[in-house]
Each structure stands twice: as structure tokens, then as C-alpha cells.
Design a protein around this ligand. Structure first.
Ligand code: G6P
Length: 372
């Protein structure tokens, strides 16, 4: 009913507005003296965390993209090889598992059958299991050695939004906890990252203000038949998420690419008028990916693409190259995905609304897929 939506036009509009709280509530109670301490991790004590030599993240849909962001962060901070796999692929290829393998499942509902079966499979073969889940007491956490709950609150709209940012946040917290246990980051480095992460909810509140501008763009693009998304490093999974939202909500053919892959194929798709969202890495990033992505923008623009850049405040280098720039506040480069995804969530919702579609209940989809 309208009352449940708290005055919002849809559950999705309400849930996007709750993204800052989803992040804040997932961090709450897990920082002690500036360091990460996740109380529910007893099932995996520090000694066990030190014995892990490989992490496999398994999930489906949006949760798998959260896992991809997690991979970049966990591997960087805790120096453990991390792979991400779709749950339904994992179980049918006889993966190599050992007691030193930690299988991390990510699921909003905790009931996705593909993910549940993958967790059971991993457990039966001796791997350790950790569940990142948004639903207290759901089946997947009950089947796991340890649980890190995301505190996004109940998510009603079929396509996931606030649970996604909470899942990424949980991955960051877990990655930092692991880095502390394994002493792969100095205490000062962890404290600095934690302090930056704690700033994200307020930064997200800033990003929510871009909603009106995005609604204008979406209405202007309502007849678009294809949209592409480019990102690099932690921006790459965000490109995939932006594309998934357009498929789910607006029934538009959309694809996300790693920007570096452009020249290996996708650039052939660019023709005049093609809309391309580009998640621009921070110019402050040590890997100097910013210049590479700006050069990608120049290449597609030269072929007639219309570029909407999502770039951090103060990034003036991107201005001459983009048709439109959506600003996100300055954050630690690892935390930018949380900020960059919100405009894309808005965009999917607004494009669906512009087409007169039901954003909460897209055709053919279910909130929780409990069959294989
Ligand atoms: C369904 C939903 C998606 C969700 C996926 C995984 O396909 O439509 O929005 O990302 O399931 O759901 P889970 O509950 O496991 O996160």
C-alpha cells in the first residue's frame, strides 16, 4: 500500500533513499577503537582466518556484482587470492576445495536455491563457509559456519538496490577484519580505511541529490534501445550492475564492460547516438587508471557516442570529454563503488518510470528464486 511506501512513489524509490542507512547500519556495532570487530564471526576465529589460503565468493545476480567489488578489496587488503563465481556454475564443475578454502556466499534473501546448493556442496567437500545475508535466520546463514548480516532492512522491490550497497559494505568490513587478523595492513592503514568508510553514508546522502537530474536524463532517453556501461577496477562491477538494472527494470538491452576491454571488441558497437555511461576512476588513484578511462571516452566519443560520466568532485580533466557529468564526493578509491552505483540505481528506476513500467514488480522476475 501507499502507507508502506512511506510516501514514496514506489518501494524502489524508498529503498534507494535508504542506501545511506543501509551502509551506516551495516557498519554500526562493528567498529571498536577504530578497528573492525565483527562480533558474529566466532565461527571463524582469527586462527582459522590466518589458515585460509583462498577465498571463493559465490552468489547470483546483483549479489555476485557486490562480490566482485569484494574481490578487489579483500585481495588487496588481506593478500589472499579471491575468485567470484556464479553459484549455479560453481557446483557443476567439480571445483577444487580444501579446509583452507573459505567459501563466502552473498545473498539478500538467504533463500536463493542456486546459492544454497552451492554452500551445501562446498561444506560437504570440507570448505569453510561464511554467509553475507540480509535476512535473519534464513536458510543460507543457517547452513554456514559464520554469518555477517547486512542491515539494509527488508527489501521489497524485486530488483536489489539498498541490499547491494550493504553487501559491498559487509565485504569491506570482512576484508579489513581479515587484514587485521593476518597483519597484512598496518593498524594505522586499517584505521584510515575504517574512518573513510564511516564517511560514506553522509557522502551517499549527497549523491541522492543527483536524483532529479538523473530523472531528467532518463525521461529524455525513454526511447533508447541500448545503453552501454564502462568501468574499470572496482568500477567494472558497477558497470555490470548498471546494465543489469536497465535489463531488469526498463527491459532495455544493456551491457557493462571493463573499459580496458573496449578495444578488444565492444568498440565495434559504438555508432552515432549510442549512450554510454562511464564510471571514471579517481584521478587520485595510484594506478593512474583515470587517464586510461579518459582516453577510452575520447575513443568512443570520436565515433559519436553520447557519454554520461560519473566522476568525483573536482575531476576537471573529464569535463571536456563528456556530454554530461554526474558528480560523486571524494572518497577513498576503494569505496567509490558505493557512491557511483546510486546514480545508476536511480537511472534504471527513472527509465522504467519514463516508460510507464512497474518498477517494483518487473515482468518475469521473482524477488527470491527458490528453484534451481
Ligand atoms: C533474484 C532477484 C535479484 C537478486 C538475485 C539474488 O534474481 O531478482 O535482484 O540479485 O535474485 O538474490 P539473493 O536474495 O540471493 O541476493
Amino acid at each position: 500500500s501507499a502507507a508502506d511506501k512511506g510516501g514514496w512513489s514506489s518501494f524502489m524509490a524508498k529503498e534507494i533513499s535508504e542506501e545511506p542507512d543501509a551502509v551506516a547500519n551495516t557498519i554500526r556495532g562493528r567498529v571498536v577503537d577504530g578497528l573492525v570487530q565483527i562480533p558474529e564471526m566466532e565461527g571463524l576465529d582469527d586462527e582459522t582466518l590466518r589458515s585460509i589460503d583462498r577465498i571463493l565468493i559465490i552468489a547470483c545476480g546483483t549479489a555476485a556484482y557486490a562480490g566482485m567489488v569484494g574481490k578487489y578489496a579483500i585481495e588487496q587488503w588481506a593478500r589472499i587470492p579471491v575468485d567470484v563465481e556464479l553459484a549455479h556454475e560453481f557446483r557443476y564443475r567439480e571445483p577444487v576445495l580444501s579446509p583452507n578454502t573459505l567459501v563466502v556466499s552473498i545473498s539478500q534473501s538467504g533463500e536463493t536455491m542456486d546459492t544454497l546448493m552451492a554452500v551445501k556442496y562446498a561444506r560437504e567437500r570440507g570448505a569453510r563457509t561464511l554467509s553475507i545475508c540480509n535476512t535473519q535466520g534464513a536458510t543460507i546463514p543457517r547452513e554456514s559456519d559464520a554469518i555477517v548480516y547486512t542491515h539494509a532492512g527488508p527489501e521489497v522491490a524485486v530488483a536489489s538496490t539498498k541490499a547491494f550497497v550493504a553487501q559491498i559494505t559487509a565485504c569491506y568490513l570482512f576484508g579489513l577484519q581479515l587484514a587485521q587478523a593476518r597483519e597484512t595492513l598496518s593498524t594505522d592503514a586499517v584505521r584510515a580505511l575504517v574512518a573513510d568508510l564511516q564517511k560514506v553514508p553522509d557522502q551517499l546522502r549527497e549523491v541522492l541529490k543527483s536524483g532529479d537530474r538523473i530523472a531528467e536524463l532518463a525521461h529524455w532517453m525513454a526511447d533508447t534501445r541500448s545503453v552501454l556501461f564502462l568501468g574499470r577496477h572496482v568500477g567494472y562491477p558497477i558497470a555490470l550492475e548498471g546494465a543489469l538494472k536497465l535489463k531488469e527494470l526498463a527491459y532495455i538491452h544493456a551491457e557493462g564492460f571493463a573499459a580496458g576491454e573496449l578495444k578488444h571488441g565492444p568498440i565495434a558497437l559504438i555508432e552515432p547516438g549510442q549512450i554510454v555511461f562511464v564510471i571514471v576512476p579517481s584521478p587520485r588513484d595510484e594506478r593512474s587508471l583515470h587517464a586510461k578511462v579518459v582516453s577510452n571516452i575520447q575513443e568512443i566519443r570520436a565515433r559519436g557516442a553520447r557519454v554520461i560520466a560519473i566522476a568525483e568532485a573536482g575531476d576537471v580533466a573529464v569535463l571536456p570529454h563528456a556530454d554530461e557529468v554526474i558528480r560523486i564526493p571524494l572518497a577513498s578509491p576503494f569505496f567509490e563503488p558505493l557512491l557511483a552505483v546510486v546514480p545508476l540505481h536511480f537511472f534504471g528506476m527513472e527509465l522504467a518510470a519514463a516508460k510507464g513500467l512497474d518498477v517494483d514488480q518487473p515482468r518475469n522476475l521473482a524477488k527470491s528464486v527458490t528453484v534451481e
